[in-house]
Unconditional design. Structure first.
Length: 145
């Protein structure tokens, strides 16, 4: 299996408001930058879309290290999702899971890969996270046009 490192970030100007997502994919010496945005969205949706679009970009099953500054994404996919699925996409408080459409998509995409999820502190000088942040802001700018 090929090994890929993915750095992701989401951004939103207003919450909801124009938002963007960004991702840096690193495979050996190769790098690929991805970004996009939506005119009316939330930060959490952009954080999720960054990971989803990254996994969609991979052409074959890979061993992946995902680095995100979103505890929502990291804890959601590695801890909370098991309970959500067991309760038919309801929270422990029996409320519908927010962004369930994106969580389902992410859950399906990750099945093709061996994924490890890592949280990194945002805006703390981590090179991969800083680049993903810049890409997410490019997505915001594109969405605001």
């Amino acid at each position: 299996m090929q090994e890929v490192r993915i750095y992701t970030d989401g951004a939103c100007k207003g919450n909801p408001g124009p938002g963007g997502w960004g991702a840096l994919l690193v495979y050996g010496e190769h790098e690929k930058e991805l970004f996009g945005g939506e005119p009316n969205t939330t930060n959490n949706r952009m954080e999720l879309l960054a990971v989803i679009r990254s996994l969609e970009a991979l052409k074959q099953p890979c061993k992946i290290e995902v680095y995100t500054d979103s505890q929502y994404v990291q804890k959601g996919i590695s801890e909370w999702i098991k309970g959500w699925k067991a309760r038919n996409w309801l929270t422990a408080a029996r409320e519908p899971v927010k962004n369930a459409d994106l969580w389902r998509e992410l859950d399906a995409l990750r099945q093709n890969h061996e994924v490890s999820w890592h949280w990194v502190r945002g805006h703390n000088g981590h090179p991969g996270n800083e680049r993903a942040d810049q890409l997410a802001n490019r997505g915001v700018a594109a969405a605001g046009r």
